[in-house]
Design a protein around this ligand. Structure first.
Ligand code: HOZ
Length: 423
């Protein structure tokens, strides 16, 4: 007798390509089949087969407060009663724009969109329109959504779907993207020495979290800022996952570097489909209707999504959420380090984001991450899942903690993970 998840997946495969609406959900990387979720609350998801799992995916980042937090649900319900979508300016758009400009150090003007992909795509077009140049630099293993120009040596699901790049991206477009190893300033300087006057922008996840999670070395972002300034190129931070998660102002608040443009995404929607991009006013003013770079969206600034995002931010500010996330992260890290002591594993954490690599390390770029023993990770993943703990279904994804993860949840996770490692 198949489980409900098995039956649903069989039905899904008949009508949805691969049975999923986003490839990384399909478990192809780890093997087996995905489970279907019935509901989620706090740090737990409940499957359609009645299992409760401690969740470290957190809807891939947005669930900072945990799932279904009461103040966010109430705000969305109240907004829904006033109307689902207007396509006419609404006051929440002003409140969200003012909030983002207040919190994110480099953002003077911002435009709302509906996903991180839209945000990075719009940043690239705006950078090209503003500079009059076409070439983009990105880093191997960084994933900026499924934008044509950026699906070159990309991370996340694109890393494990069987080919390094995507079919359907015209060669002529991909040729305008230069990919370089992360943390390698010499490579960046060499690329600028060669093509500097053609380069519109560098786009970077300031903390790459789509090939696991590795950290920028001291001076790396300072070096990117300096080379962009020298050659008149723009620096774009993709803070889709780090924005509002690592600090109120994202990673840029922590590192003190001011990018010219910043892409934000799902995290600012608290679980609803949202993205945003913003930055220097003189650059943002190149957008339509004031400027020549076209960008638009019927659902952009959607009142439900903005209500959710604003309610989540208010709650984080009220609870001193970022300090608490750091405390939870440190507690989790201590438990993990004790568990993995003496094993050839590498654990990275920043704030409430983490990754356990199945390699002795060090891991400072994609090439290092690729040394991970994926078969061992896959066994670990399934052993944890069987025991009630859900980590992301790929060695090359980050884990996310929330304010809803209690000490008891973390201790239970450490117990399960130790058992899984032993198994
Ligand atoms: N970019 C997301 C986190 N790596 C993956 C989510 C998805 O592709 O569905």
């Amino acid at each position: 007798m198949p489980t409900r998840s098995e039956s649903l997946f069989a039905a899904a495969k008949l009508r949805i390509p691969g049975g999923v609406n986003s490839p990384v959900r399909a478990f192809r990387s780890v093997g087996g089949e995905p489970f279907f979720v019935e509901s989620a609350a706090g740090c737990r998801v409940r499957t359609v087969d009645g299992r409760e799992l401690i969740d470290y995916v957190g809807t891939w980042g947005p669930a900072i407060l945990g799932h279904a937090p009461a103040p966010v649900i109430a705000a969305v319900q109240a907004a829904a009663e006033r109307g689902l979508s207007f396509g006419i300016p609404n006051p929440l758009e002003v409140e969200m724009a003012e909030t983002i400009c207040r919190l994110v150090p480099s953002v003077e003007k911002v435009r709302m969109v509906n996903s991180g992909t839209e945000a990075t795509m719009s940043c690239v077009r705006l950078a090209r329109g503003f500079t009059g140049r076409d070439r983009i630099i990105k880093f191997e293993g960084c994933y900026h959504g499924h934008v044509d120009s950026l699906l070159v040596k990309a991370g996340s699901g694109a890393l494990t779907h069987g080919r390094p790049d995507s079919a359907g991206v015209p060669g002529a477009l991909a040729e305008l993207t230069t990919t370089l190893p992360f943390n390698d300033l010499d490579a960046v300087r060499a690329a600028f020495a060669r093509d500097g006057r053609e380069i519109a922008a560098i786009i970077v996840e300031p903390v790459p979290a789509n090939a696991g999670l590795y950290l920028p070395e001291p001076g790396f972002h300072e070096g990117l800022r300096a080379v962009c300034d020298e050659y008149g190129a723009l620096l774009i931070f993709d803070e889709v996952m780090t924005g509002f998660r690592l600090a109120p102002g994202g990673y840029q608040e922590r590192c003190g570097i001011r990018p010219d443009l910043t892409a934000m995404g799902k995290v600012i929607g608290g679980g609803l489909p949202v993205g945003a991009f913003g930055g220097r006013a003189d650059i943002m003013d190149h957008l339509s209707p004031d400027g020549p770079v076209y960008q638009a969206g019927t659902l952009s600034g959607n009142p439900l999504a903005l209500s959710a995002g604003l309610a989540q931010l208010r709650e984080l500010e009220r609870r001193d959420g970022w300090r608490e996330l750091e405390r939870i992260g440190a507690e989790f890290e201590a438990a993990v380090r004790e568990m993995i002591a003496g094993r050839p594993l590498t654990f990275h954490r920043i704030g409430s984001m983490f990754c356990l690599y199945f390699t002795a390390g060090p891991v400072r770029n994609l090439a290092d991450a690729m040394h991970a023993d994926r078969a061992a990770f896959n066994r670990f993943f399934h052993a944890c899942l069987e025991r009630g703990v859900y980590f992301a279904p790929s060695q090359f994804e980050a884990g996310f903690l929330s304010l809803a993860h209690t000490s008891a949840d973390l201790a239970e996770t450490a117990r399960v993970a130790a058992e899984a490692l032993a198994a």
